[in-house]
Write a protein that binds this ligand. Sequence first.
Ligand SMILES: Cc1cc2nc3c(=O)[nH]c(=O)nc-3n(C[C@H](O)[C@H](O)[C@H](O)COP(=O)(O)OP(=O)(O)OC[C@H]3O[C@@H](n4cnc5c(N)ncnc54)[C@H](O)[C@@H]3O)c2cc1C
Length: 434
Amino acid sequence: MKTHYDLIVIGAGPAGLMAAKTAAEKGLDVLLIEIKKNISIVKRTCCASFYLESDYMSETNQFEEGKLIFPKNGFTVNYSGSYWPITEKYGFSPEGHKWHMVRFESEDYSKDSPLSLVLDKGALLEGLLGEAKKLGVTFMNGTKATKIENTEQGARVEIYTEGRYLQKEGKKAIIADGVNSHMVECLGLNKNRKVKGSRCMFLEYVLEDTDVPYPNAVLNFFGKKICKFGNILLWPNHEGLSRILAFNTIEFSKETKYPASTIDYFMNQSPFASWFKRAKVIEKTAGSLIPLEAIAEPCLGNILAISDAAAFIEVENQGAMMCGFQAGNAVFDELKGSDGFKNYVDWWKRSFEFNNPELLKGMAAIPAFSLGGFSDNDVDYLFSLIDGEDLFGTCSQYKSAAAIWIAIDKHSERIKKENPAVAAKVDAVMDLIS
Ligand SMILES: Cc1cc2nc3c(=O)[nH]c(=O)nc-3n(C[C@H](O)[C@H](O)[C@H](O)COP(=O)(O)OP(=O)(O)OC[C@H]3O[C@@H](n4cnc5c(N)ncnc54)[C@H](O)[C@@H]3O)c2cc1C
């Protein structure tokens, strides 16, 4: 059995697949290792939105039938799966007051342009794998990478496959095994990484026959009356289908339960239960993560850690494909004798919002409504102030949470007069994000 390759890639998610394909396109001999037997069956929750905002993650993604386009990075991904447009976002308070986000202020989109498209992730991965295999990538599925180390000549990866341990050698290796990467830990790159936030569990059901009256909107729900134990997001997923997604943070409160309790409560007892009277669960996915800060220099010797493996939580599918593309090229450049890894690290630092401390502050705004500081009455009151406004929409997790608080804060004089205790809490959130 062959043991030596130009490049070993660990993980066949969007990042690893793109890295393997890109390196093979450049003529490198690539081994791709994946623990799953069938990568098109997605079990780890992912809402699979493909975001179409200008300058999002330093890219302006575009969609054409059959193509996901990355003009600034300079590549295109063939995609023949289904897609469903998301044009709005809403946040609901317990009594049904809501904030509303659409993209309407930016010049290059009309009010009706989608913020994102929900893709079929299984089809995306399957398509990339097919192309990688055609280019000669050796794919070992059902195979777990168990150790990685630098050697004088390159990198050594220990794998477990068909009941035995084997060693594989690469001139270079790419770690793309996802968030809370075991390979990054093994290489020692987690040493100085701080935990930023609480450990989080999530569960998602795909439902059919729902009566959700917002077929093209992502819906966020706030307040104990709606989400007794955690947070709920409702994501459209093609005609008549919805994804219901529950997040529970472990350190959240004494009341924390598993995400299934959050979903059960929401579907059966919340004010929105009537939307789910006929609903049937047709698929379940789940996962958990510990939010670690991003690795500033995600490479060591001959090994590069890319995408979620090195990120603060996630780079999302499109960021993952960008990382894979840049990393595949970086390995090719390194093997030619130029500074591929250094250029990759420079690109990594300037491309992702979590590498920008100013934008990262926006994270503080995300849990503010749900972490107990605001009562259900407070949330009702605050959302009622901006109900009916069209807020500037953005896909950024960091900017969009802050945008809601900025809209609320425009009413600060009124809040001070009507509700001084809430005004003090709003000021505290604004201090965190400004
Ligand atoms: C709740 C939730 C919702 C999300 N929604 C969206 C969304 O709407 N849009 C979006 O773009 N992104 C979304 N994401 C993020 C997206 O899923 C990730 O950012 C993306 O999948 C990262 O790609 P990756 O290739 O780095 O890692 P992954 O997709 O995690 O792929 C890693 C691969 O490595 C394999 N692997 C792991 N360990 C080993 C090992 N030891 N040996 C061999 N193989 C291994 C895994 O099986 C997997 O196939 C969401 C994530 C979560 C948690």
